[in-house]
Design a protein around this ligand. Sequence first.
Ligand SMILES: Cc1cc2nc3c(=O)[nH]c(=O)nc-3n(C[C@H](O)[C@H](O)[C@H](O)COP(=O)(O)O)c2cc1C
Ligand SMILES: O=C(O)C(=O)c1ccccc1
Length: 351
Amino acid sequence: MVNVRDFEGAAKAVLDPVYYDYFASGAQDEVTVRANEEAFRRLALVPRVLRGHKPPRLGHTVLGSQASMPIMVSPTAFHRLAHPEGERASARAAAEAGVIMIAAMLATVAVEDMAAEARKVADDPALWFQLYLQPDLGFTEALVRRAEAAGCAALVVTVDSPALGRNERGDRNGFHDLPPGIRCENLREAGGDVRSVVLSPEISWRHIDWLRGVTALPIVLKGVLHPADAALALRHGVDAILVSNHGGRQLDGTPAAVDRLPVLADAVGGEIPLLLDGGIRRGTDVVKALALGASAAAIGRPVLWGLAADGEQGVSRVLGLLRTELLNALTLCGCDSAESVPRDLVVRGAM
Ligand SMILES: Cc1cc2nc3c(=O)[nH]c(=O)nc-3n(C[C@H](O)[C@H](O)[C@H](O)COP(=O)(O)O)c2cc1C
Ligand SMILES: O=C(O)C(=O)c1ccccc1
């Protein structure tokens, strides 16, 4: 297996087709799922030459978390559907690679256990926690306290989910429940059932203000696509934005995430970092995201493919492949660090 795509094939070969569909699918016609990857293909790289510097440095820091490269692990639910070890294995692989991992609220391993696994392989692993704000603020606050106590360094609030997207592959497959023995371990006080999670259109900026008041952790909004919302995020004291359309799993027909970077970069004017996920499959994709204004790019499905194919080793391989590709791409582009990728490296519509 020589690239991330090979891991998708390997995952498909070993996974129960119902679970493969759960991981691969998006909302309705999956227009946005495809758009995320296609958008990278439409962006071209224009390298600089004869730069005469050392091999590019990949290390960077976001919101105080140090990472060995600007590739992060986006939160994805239910890792134990991919591999019996589930998030234990992914947490170790991410920590070993020195990348920031965002633990999903709907993980099938408790956040405390993920943190413990990460600490087995790294002194100071960077673990963040993803949250669906619940109308029951007491329940939400208890989760925040657990994430804080587990050592999570930031809260990532998913804001693109005032309802669950319509997943038709899931409907056809009749996939609505986790199998016996697998449950949402961060929800065990509520019985561990994913159906106890409320995705509500009543969640608003007032809830972000409330969260700002109950925790000192940095707050990242995940799923902002409109520049007016980015401007509101600044006003509400948000610390970073993860530009995302949820891998095309929420509102089908949203634009490719990477295509929103320029307008969102204008809206935040450098005041807070932008992160990006959706369709990152190559080191060159990461370079394009960095050029267009992201501080880091995150991967969702590739981690699940690695995990399904070969557990911790598979996730390590996926992260290792992307690291090698990123280093190679930055070198070929004439960049000396991941933190200084110039805007004019990318042109649109040239392919
Ligand atoms: C199987 C699966 C489960 C996901 N679960 C969550 C989740 O629980 N919370 C969340 O904020 N995003 C979730 N996402 C979205 C990812 O965080 C991320 O935005 C998306 O996967 C990025 O696109 P990519 O898969 O093309 O890299 C999920 C995505 C997938 C594929
Ligand atoms: O599958 C997802 O993308 C996701 O975020 C989710 C949300 C609620 C229940 C299960 C999964």
